[in-house]
Design a protein around this ligand. Structure first.
Ligand code: BES
Ligand code: ZN
Length: 912
């Protein structure tokens, strides 16, 4: 309704006059409405004043009661004069101390939509500066019944205080503010209560307070949960929605009696009440929270079961669908959560301050997990462990995710970043402790992930872990229940550094760390070993002339070894520096390696001669270099080659020794660099295939045979090994892709056994590969079986995806062609399937399936179709040597591209 014309387009004179008239009429209508509403507000206020103190525990009948139509939509902010409401940050005139919050999601089992919730909030604030304008966050909420009371009497009860009339309530939509303009100013020093009633939609879009549908024990059900980080609290209740504006909360949830309600704190009371229609509702009251940020408040209303255990007085409950709980899927999470809590408590020397913790597995959830204080929420697949699920690596993932969210209970919940620009303080530390905690539970899980976590890992390495944890503990204690920016952390670390003389730094902690956190990217160090000069420049994925012109410099800690012995840490604190102790002799026995244990967040570019020397060292004694460094040496070399810093030949030098490499870790890194998961790359590199085949086959044999024998004997031995699981798939897949006969035979054998007896299931990790090559090595019998399993009642989405992919691996051109040719109306009549009838394979031709197959087919073929290699069997290197598969280009044009299905499947090929 704002004067839109002003901002964009010109009006002729006649329409302008009309518009003016319209506006006048509108203004009049508004004035009348306004007067009515004003009177109405006044009446409500009088009512409230009579019933003071307003209590959110009052019956819901009173919500929306009185003469007011709910939320006479307040006038838009654009017509308002400039004011505090234009700032994106809340003014500090009012600071929230305590919320009395009552939420009532109107949901009953089986009820049809639309779904809404209503609520009431009383916020006690301390006034820091006189003000007659109250700003609160509110978004997507209808508001009414605004009232202000105070100043309250000092003392715990805080009674007293008359009403302060609210002249106007309006919304500043862009900033997501509700603005209360008062007739009198609130006075600095006083405490006041802001009161609002509100109503909002229960969306199904997984943020704010949302509803999701799921099935449990064969029945469809609904539940309500919340996701408020970063700024969705304001869509659930009007609040001061900034992380630093911490307060305590008394929360009440009104819900259908067949559900249980959960929030951050333990429930302390439940009672019953009737609504205006006489229906019964349960009122669950929760204990007062600690001082906390709004984004960490959380609400769940569901019909879940749980299992529980108490650890050091903290009652831990894992909630999930009844069938999942009954089948023991929550057991693993329950087993690790208690020990993880104790581990972190001991590490930080700070007790977890709550008496209960709920971890809820949501069938549908937008984030992977969320650390709400005392009520963590997870996607079901990231919390529930299915023992029969062959995908054993899930245990490790659950362990990492739980430990990440537990890390947040200290880093994030107890001590919170001041503002979202320091989000890395939350996430970086949680990611760091995710690994520390997880490797406590599962010792093989070691480093390291994101930039935030890597920078913290670097910090802890150059400080020594002892000083680092000491500093963190004092930082957490100093800032508990309040908020910080990164300088607060640096100050605390500096204090610990200054109080000792074991660790000497080249600059202040702040200066060193700012060079990492305030600049984009990270450096690549170029190391000239004959001069001992190390220089640094920003690393770019694609090096070009002009991107090297910025001269960002980092203060880089360099840990290094010479000939196998660790050397004292050195620092590179300018763009280039000479380290005489790092000059190397001509002897091939003299070698240096930088960045031990990956303690620094940078890549290293050695001169080619030295790379060669390291390569020779590896050929003589692969274990001369620790495994983490072997992995990163190779990874750095390939990354630098791809980015144009070094020649690819230098990188290949380092892989000559691989026949002697028995760590699947290192192999994984090599194979991921050489044969990225992205199929297109391989297809475009058809020239490379014969070379790779020759080069890699002889080197991969030893490790392949080692793992193939495990697959034959006892794959369960790998079941819990996260790395072996994901790495094994890559290894086997590569071996088959290279045409290793043993691998193809293994695939045939496992696939045939499965065909003969459904109990002979293929280990999940390698199922995609085995099925693909099982079908490729077989004929229509194997293909039919894949089709049968694709349609099997018990087959999950992942199973379907695997079988579909397997079908596209056949080397029987007529099978491929039969699917291709019968794609919908584009049927060319050459294949065995036609229209929607029975195919010659005896299977029903389901059009959607066919279309998906085409997409998968084209995934295999699209890139090579347009290449000159089309006529060579080498253009399909993933297939064993055999007859050429001439899929006509016509099929691609007619069937795939018109409906876009290729596009939609490209990203899915190999993802898990
Ligand atoms: N707090 C985050 C989720 C988040 C961050 C939501 C920022 C909204 C804005 C949570 O702790 C998290 O990091 N979740 C991860 C999974 C985790 C194990 C890495 C996620 O959701 O991807
Ligand atoms: Zn996180």
């Amino acid at each position: 309704m704002g004067p839109k014309a002003a901002s964009g387009f010109y009006l002729g004179r006649k329409p302008a006059a009309l518009l003016a008239l319209l506006l006048a009429a509108l203004l009049l209508a508004l004035a009348v409405l306004g007067a009515l509403y004003g009177r109405c507000l006044q009446e409500v206020e009088e009512l409230r004043a009579a019933a003071a103190p307003p209590s959110p525990t009052a019956g819901p009948e009173e919500e929306g009661a009185g003469c007011c139509p709910p939320a006479p939509s307040p006038s838009p902010g654009s017509t308002r004069p400039p004011g505090v409401w234009d700032n994106s940050r809340l003014p500090r005139a009012l600071l929230p101390l305590h919320y009395e919050l009552r939420l009532w999601p109107r949901l009953s089992p089986g009820q049809p939509g639309p779904f809404v919730f209503s609520g009431q909030v009383n916020i006690t604030v301390r006034c820091a500066q006189d003000t007659a304008t109250v700003l609160l966050h509110s978004s997507e909420l209808e508001l009414w019944g605004a009232a202000v009371r105070g100043p309250l009497l000092e003392g715990p009860d805080g009674g007293g205080g008359g009403g302060i009339e609210v002249a106007e309530l309006w919304l500043k939509e862009r900033q997501e503010y509700a603005v209360l303009e008062l007739r009198r100013s609130l006075r600095a020093g006083g405490r006041y209560v802001l009161q609002l009633s509100f109503r909002g939609p229960l969306s199904e879009n997984l943020d704010g307070l949302f509803l999701t549908r799921y099935t449990d024990q064969g029945q469809s059900s609904m539940l309500i949960a919340s996701q408020l980080e970063p700024t969705y609290a304001r869509t659930v209740y009007p609040c001061f929605d900034e992380p630093a504006m911490k307060a305590t909360f008394n929360i009440i949830i009104v819900h259908h009696p067949s559900y249980v309600a959960l929030s951050n704190m333990p429930a302390i009371d439940t009672s019953e009440m009737k609504d205006e229609n006489g229906s019964l509702w349960t009122v669950t009251t929760f204990n007062t929270t600690l001082k906390m940020s709004t984004y960490l408040t959380a609400f769940v209303v569901c019909d879940f079961d749980y299992i529980t255990r108490t650890e050091r007085g903290n009652e831990i409950r894992i909630w999930g669908r009844k069938e999942a709980i009954k089948n023991g899927h929550a057991d693993y999470a329950l087993n690790i959560t208690g020990p993880l809590f104790s581990f972190l408590e001991d590490l930080f020397n700070i007790s977890y301050p709550l008496s209960k913790t709920d971890l809820v597995a949501l069938p549908d959830f937008g984030a992977g997990a969320m650390e709400n204080w005392g009520l963590m929420t997870f996607r079901e697949s990231t919390l529930m462990y299915i023992p029969s699920d062959q995908f054993g690596s899930k245990k490790a993932m659950i362990c990492l995710i739980v430990s990440h969210e537990l890390g947040h209970q200290w880093f994030g919940n107890l001590v919170t970043m001041n503002w979202w620009n320091d989000l890395w303080l939350n996430e970086g530390f949680a990611s760091y402790f995710e690994y520390i905690g997880a490797s406590y539970i599962e010792p093989r899980l070691s480093l390291v992930s994101t930039k935030g976590a890597s920078i913290i890992w670097m910090l802890s390495s150059f400080l020594t872990e002892r000083l680092f944890i000491k500093a963190l503990s004092s930082y957490l204690k100093a800032f508990s229940f309040s908020s910080v920016n990164q300088d607060d952390l640096w100050t605390h670390i500096q204090m610990v550094v200054d109080a000792q003389n074991e660790v000497q730094l080249p600059a202040s902690v702040k200066k060193i760390m700012d060079s990492w956190t305030c600049q984009n990217g990270f450096p690549v160090l170029t190391f000239n070993l004959s001069t001992g000069i190390i220089s640094q420049e920003q690393f770019y994925n694609k090096r070009t002339e002009n991107n090297t012109t910025y001269n960002n410099t980092w203060i880089v800690p360099i840990s290094w070894i010479r000939n196998g012995s660790a050397q004292p840490l050195v620092w590179l604190d300018k763009s280039s520096k000479m380290f005489p102790e790092m000059q190397i002799s001509d002897s091939e026995h003299d070698w240096i390696l930088l960045n031990m244990n990956m303690a620094g967040y940078y890549r290293v570019n050695y001169d080619p001669l030295h790379l060669k020397r390291l390569a020779q060292l590896l050929e003589k004694d692969p274990k001369a270099i620790p495994v983490v460094n072997r992995l990163h040496l190779i990874d750095d070399a390939f990354t630098l080659a791809q980015a144009g810093y070094i020649e690819i030949e230098s990188a290949f030098e380092l892989t000559k020794y691989l026949a002697k490499e028995d760590e699947i870790f290192v192999w994984y890194s090599v194979l991921s660099n050489l044969i990225p998961d992205n199929l297109e790359n391989i297809l475009n590199n058809y020239e490379l295939y014969p070379f790779l085949k020759k080069y890699l086959l002889k080197r991969i044999l030893p490790i392949y045979h080692y793992y193939a024998s495990i697959i034959h004997q006892n794959v369960d031995a790998l079941a819990d090994d996260y790395f072996d699981q994901i790495h094994l798939e890559k290894l086997i897949n590569t071996a088959c892709w290279l045409g290793l006969q043993d691998c193809l035979n293994l695939s045939s054998e496992l696939y045939t056994k499965w065909m003969e007896n459904p109990d002979n299931e293929i280990p999940f990790t390698i199922k995609r590969t085995i099925c693909c090559y099982g079908v490729a090595m077989g004929s229509d019998k194997e293909w039919d079986f894949a089709w049968k399993m694709y349609n099997h009642n018990n087959s999950t989405e992942i199973d379907k995806d695997i079988m579909l992919f397997a079908m596209s691996c056949t080397r029987e051109s007529w099978l491929l062609y039969s699917i291709a040719a019968s794609c919908g109306s584009h049927s060319s009549g050459m294949g065995g399937m036609s229209g929607d009838g029975e195919s010659i394979l005896g299977v029903r031709n389901r059009k959607d399936m066919i279309e998906q197959s085409i997409a998968m087919l084209m995934l295999h073929f699209s890139a090579s179709l347009s290449s000159p290699a089309l006529t060579s069997s080498r253009s399909f290197p993933w297939l064993p040597d055999g007859p050429l598969l001439p899929v006509p280009e016509r099929v691609r044009i007619q069937c795939v591209f018109p409906n876009g299905s290729l596009q939609s499947h490209l990203g899915r090929g190999k993802s898990k």
